[in-house]
Each structure stands twice: as structure tokens, then as C-alpha cells.
Design a protein around this ligand. Sequence first.
Ligand code: SF4
Ligand code: F3S
Length: 90
Amino acid sequence: MTYVVTSACDGSKYQDCVAVCPVEAFKEAETYLVIDPDLCIDCAACVPECPADAIYADTDIPDSEIEWLDRNKDEASDLPLAEGDSPVLA
Ligand code: SF4
Ligand code: F3S
């Protein structure tokens, strides 16, 4: 399994999630982050940190957010590591 960032992150980008991730699994797009499923160790530490409630286990994503499962997986490898210090957009 993996954890997945969903649409509530897009345009918010609080980045509270980044600091608690023990394996630097977050990658950064312009308006949101994604989680690299090859790096995520399923610790769930990031879930309660997100003010937008954007992070779900892949087994628990709402149907309306299911496209984000592939977006995290497909986009993560081409994006830079999230440092957690970009401007918050919300
Ligand atoms: Fe990082 Fe854990 Fe969140 Fe995976 S579940 S992205 S390892 S903090
Ligand atoms: Fe996005 Fe929430 Fe992290 S808004 S940047 S998943 S803290």
C-alpha cells in the first residue's frame, strides 16, 4: 500500500506533511505535493498533520479522488524532492 495526496492539497500546499515524513517521500509540483509510492513506508504520520485533510491511504481514497492514486505514482518520479519551504498557497 501507500499513502496518497489528493485534490485538497492542490492550491493549498500547506507542507506540514513534509517535516514528519521519515523517508522524504513527498515530491513537489507547482500547486501541490505528491507521495512517491516507492518511498512511502505507510507510517501514516503525515495524515493528521495536513490542515486540508488531503492525505489518504490508497485503500481508503474517496471515489471522487481516485484519479490521484495514479497521479501520485505517475508524477512522483519526475518531480523534485519537497523541501517544505515553498510559499503556502491557501
Ligand atoms: Fe511519509 Fe509516512 Fe506519509 Fe508515507 S505515510 S508519505 S512514509 S509520512
Ligand atoms: Fe498538501 Fe496537506 Fe501536505 S495541503 S502539502 S498534503 S500538509
